[in-house]
Design a protein around this ligand. Structure first.
Ligand code: NAD
Ligand code: IPM
Ligand code: MN
Length: 365
């Protein structure tokens, strides 16, 4: 069963969460977030598993069997980010655990340092394919493509004397249906909360009819089965413009894997940056939670990285585990720190260190 919507209540047996802190500056936001979550929901057990350089030093492998076993045994995983060394863990969390749907909320809150004139109208959710498109990489030598020459394409007469590479972009109906269904369920839930119930699809259906064109048809037909929802679709490049020029028209925005990867970073820029953007990845049997941002190697060891994205990611995880009350408490404390504006990190125009921001949030529980 997919559970991208908050669980209605906690299970009677308290869950165990596997924590993989990741690389570079990621542990500097993961570990204090776990302390905050533990304070809010002491019943949840957090078990940190090693990865990356630390795991290589201790076991000889970046993704040791014990870490895989800890991920498998847990109700879900909280992941920092990979700067390279922990990438096998990220791969396992996505394609090993088939976490098909990536949900990336984009919402401005007073005090966020947005470059937009009217950031108060930014409140939508990106639903991103987490498994297909161009990731994971399937690349090869361009000369292997000769057998794929097809009429009507520039490749009709393949050159034989070139050096180059190709990348494959994959799209299955099964995954498109999963994404379409998640999009509709999310839009309906938001509509019940007062949002307009508007699904916006972005894809390159104009020039990729068999992949993006089919994705578009499946999403459109699925949305049209829900009479209360409205549907609009734009070519992905035009959607990028609309995210900046008219974000108030967006409610639930659905896109493919690499489009969602890129535009989620861009969307975070409209609310004030990567330090503010959470995400959750949901599969039929597993979920894991990571911020939109990467491992921020330029900030590693400085103690200044903004933990907001990771904390809000923790709130998404609390919702998933049925701890909705604690999730709201955490979100409200974060919002209050931003409203007050006295303890903000450098990316938000303040001078607070990561630990000072965390302390300010904890004072408000
Ligand atoms: P990045 O998101 O790590 O950083 C981009 C910029 O945003 C940097 O200037 C960084 O300092 C800033 N930034 C990011 N998070 C911040 C935060 N919480 N607070 C304040 N500033 C923040 O992206 P990048 O530099 O392009 O990539 C670094 C590494 O992360 C790469 O190895 C990349 O592959 C990896 N990455 C991993 C994931 C993941 O594990 N899911 C996601 C994205 C990037
Ligand atoms: C993200 C990251 C990853 C992605 C990379 C590290 C594979 O950028 O989670 O947004 O593109 O999915
Ligand atoms: Mn990304």
């Amino acid at each position: 069963m997919y559970r991208y919507l908050p669980a209605s209540g906690a299970e009677s047996t308290p869950p165990t969460v596997c924590v993989v802190a990741g690389d570079d500056a990621a542990p500097e936001v993961v570990r204090p977030t776990v302390e905050v979550l533990h304070e809010l929901a002491p019943a949840i057990r957090f078990e940190e598993a090693i990865s990356g350089r630390e795991a290589v030093a201790r076991t000889g492998e970046a993704f040791p069997a014990e870490t895989r076993a800890a991920i498998d045994a847990a109700a879900c995983t909280l992941f920092g980010a990979s700067g390279g060394p922990s990438r096998p863990v990220l791969w396992y969390l996505r394609w090993g655990k088939l976490t098909a749907v990536n949900i990336r909320p984009v919402r401005w809150s007073p005090g966020y340092r947005s470059p937009m004139l009217h950031p108060e109208c930014i409140d939508y959710v990106i639903v991103r394919d987490n498994l297909e498109g161009m990731y994971p990489p399937r690349e090869g030598d361009i000369n292997e493509l000769h057998s794929l020459a097809s009429s009507g394409s520039w490749w009709q007469t393949p050159p034989t004397d070139v050096v180059g590479s190709y990348a494959v972009r994959v799209s299955t109906d099964e995954q498109a249906h999963r994404i379409a269904q998640a999009t509709c369920e999310l839009a309906l839930r938001r509509q019940a909360e007062g949002y307009p119930g508007r699904v916006t699809l972005g894809a390159k259906y104009s020039i990729l009819p068999r992949t993006d064109g089919r994705f578009r048809s499946i999403v459109r037909e699925t949305v049209q089965q829900h009479p209360s929802l409205t549907y609009q679709e734009f070519l992905i490049d035009d959607l990028a413009r609309r995210m900046i020029a008219e974000p108030e028209t967006l409610d639930v925005v659905v896109m493919g894997n690499e489009h969602g990867d890129i535009l989620a970073d861009a969307a975070s820029g409209t609310i004030g940056g990567l330090g503010l953007a959470p995400s959750g990845c949901y599969g039929e049997h597993y979920a894991y939670f990571e911020p939109v941002h990467g491992s921020a190697p330029d900030l590693a060891g400085k103690g200044v990285i903004n933990p907001t994205a990771m904390l809000l990611t923790g709130a998404l995880m609390l919702d998933y585990l049925g701890y909705g009350e604690q999730a709201r408490c955490l979100e409200q404390a974060i919002a209050a720190v931003y409203r007050e504006g006295k303890t903000l990190t450098v990316d938000q125009g303040g001078q607070a260190r990561t630990s000072e921001f965390i302390a300010a949030v904890r004072r408000l529980f």
